[in-house]
Design a binder for this molecule. Structure first.
Ligand SMILES: *Cc1c(COP(=O)(O)O)cnc(C)c1O
Length: 341
């Protein structure tokens, strides 16, 4: 297969149309068999549920080329499960998990020419999503839905090394205690845009959201989970019902315990404790871990000992081990690497 003539190393994180996308339609209570199509545009009624009442959710994962030349993706079964959870919460039909994984496999294979080569640092980002496609004007779930998966090649996340981030403790809330913070719904992002645009204008990279009820515990950023390292090398991550369960973070906790022999804790993390940690990172599919150098709480700065120029030592070990597992340089736990071809 001839690869597309793309400057992989210099790709950014933006949408670029690829050859094929997967589409399935839900009507009269069942999903059709779905198809790989060429048209990148969606045509639906002006009164579709997604437009009027934001009935939509999504997933994000990536395909890439391993050291031995296979095209793979990482734990797509967990994306399928999380999308099922999102759909149930939003009164949307579930796209069966086995079909989800098969559709991811098929759409990546159909866009093989856009999967970046090993060593480029670039990946083929995969975006599954679902939306209410039939008209609703009274507030209720739509009757018809579309499930789609498109792919787009994206560049290496850290160009010229991982620069530690500066984070602002936000005055906005991300998620209510019994709300939708634990599902991957577009609505969680729509309402975070004002907060992140404001934070960027003030010179910060990301927002740290605290729990909405008490504003004492750490939750997450707009799109990544926190991971902390204590001064005695314990790996700590916040536990809360309103955090999105990051697949990267869950995998890193396994890596910390099973591969690096570190103690791990998933528990409430009072913001008051943050100043005592040695390292801090943000976990998500795009970057795996982005190091955090500084957190600013209304003018009060918490500077982590790991500094503003590089990843902390434990963060780096976690990053190197998980990316080694993903790229096939380190043996993966059973079921983590899904081979596409
Ligand atoms: C997608 C997402 C993450 C990261 O999850 P991964 O499965 O690791 O990519 C974290 N927080 C939020 C709010 C998210 O939407």
């Amino acid at each position: 297969m001839e690869k597309k003539n793309i400057d992989w190393e210099n790709l950014g994180f933006s949408y670029q149309e690829t050859a094929k996308r997967f589409v399935a339609n839900y009507k009269n209570g069942t999903w059709d068999e779905g198809a790989l199509i060429s048209d990148a545009n969606v045509t639906i009624n002006e009164c579709a549920g997604v437009f009027q009442y934001a009935q939509t959710c999504f997933e994000g994962l990536k395909a890439y080329t391993t050291e031995d030349g296979h095209i793979v993706c990482f734990r797509p079964d967990l994306n399928a499960q999380r999308m099922e959870d999102s759909c149930k919460r939003l009164e949307m039909p579930v796209f069966p998990k086995e079909r989800f994984v098969q559709a991811v496999t098929d759409v990546v294979a159909a866009n093989e020419a856009y999967v970046p080569p090993y060593g480029s640092g670039a990946t083929l980002y995969i975006r599954p999503y679902m939306f209410g496609s039939s008209s609703v004007i009274g507030v209720k779930p739509a009757d018809e839905y579309q499930f789609r998966i498109f792919t787009t090649p994206v560049g290496p996340y850290f160009k010229g090394g991982a620069k530690p981030l500066t984070i602002k403790v936000s005055d906005f809330d991300r998620a209510a205690p019994h709300g939708t913070g634990d599902i991957k719904a577009g609505l969680n992002y729509a309402m975070s845009l004002h907060a992140i645009v404001t934070a960027h204008a003030e010179g910060y990279d990301e927002n740290m959201y605290l729990d909405a009820a008490t504003r004492t515990n750490v939750e997450e950023t707009g799109g990544a989970n926190f991971l902390f390292v204590t001064k005695d090398n314990k790996v700590v991550t916040p536990k809360s019902n309103s955090i999105l369960p990051s697949i990267t973070r869950r995998s890193l906790m396994v890596v910390a315990r099973e591969y690096l022999g570190l103690e791990v804790e998933e528990r409430e993390v009072p913001f008051a404790e943050v100043k005592d940690f040695a390292e801090c990172g943000l976990c998500g599919t795009a970057a795996v871990i982005s190091p955090v150098g500084k957190i600013v709480d209304h003018g009060k700065e918490i500077a982590f000992p790991s500094g503003m120029s590089e990843m902390g030592p434990i963060t780096k070990k976690l990053y190197d081990t998980l990316t080694g597992i993903q790229m096939g340089r380190i043996e993966a736990p059973a079921g983590w690497i899904h081979v596409i071809q």
